[in-house]
Write a protein of this length. Structure first.
Length: 175
């Protein structure tokens, strides 16, 4: 029997939320989502979430930026339009590399930063003009909400979450 009911336990302190997450996990309840008005340090580990792979993407995007910068500078400054700037030879990329290092660095950072933002928005499904999905508007101000799937006795679960320090506990029918 699968229920599509969830419990919304609302907390007004991030320390109380962290303690409640630990209690909830040790009681083997499944936490669907936690909504917070600001990032709570250690919440991802407390919830048992897998580490993010965004850093791997950043490295790959930085390598793409470095490659684009190297190819671009080799084509522009060596192949297409070699110029004598300050007596530097324009015969090979390697001879001019010290002058190209700032451009390579900036393009690496530019590609990594911009492509990471795009990846984050796509992965999070945050499209332009998307409606907010937070279940309680207070989670954008000063409250924290933990959404937990209902299994077993509903009234016992409500009592459990009231005992974790929640200021409000509601049972909601999920669509």
């Amino acid at each position: 029997m699968s229920s599509n009911k969830v419990i919304h336990a609302i907390y007004n302190d991030d320390d109380a939320l962290m303690h409640a997450v630990h209690q909830t996990r040790s009681a083997h309840h499944h936490i669907e989502e936690v909504y917070t008005p600001f990032p709570v340090h250690g919440l991802d580990k407390a919830m048992g979430l897998a580490p993010t792979r965004l850093a791997i993407c950043a490295f790959i995007y930085g390598c793409i930026g470095l490659s684009v910068a190297t190819t671009m500078m080799n084509y522009i400054m060596i192949s297409d339009w070699p110029q004598d700037i300050g007596g530097k030879p324009s015969f090979s990329y390697i001879q001019n590399m010290p002058a190209f290092v700032p451009v390579m660095f900036e393009m690496t950072v530019f590609f990594a930063a911009h492509l990471m933002v795009i990846t984050f928005y796509m992965r999070s499904k945050l499209w332009p003009f998307k409606q907010a999905e937070n279940p309680d508007v207070r989670t954008t101000d000063d409250h924290f909400l933990m959404e937990v799937a209902v299994h077993g006795d509903e009234s016992e679960m409500v009592k459990f979450f009231e005992g974790t320090g929640a200021v409000e506990v509601k049972v909601i029918e999920k669509h």
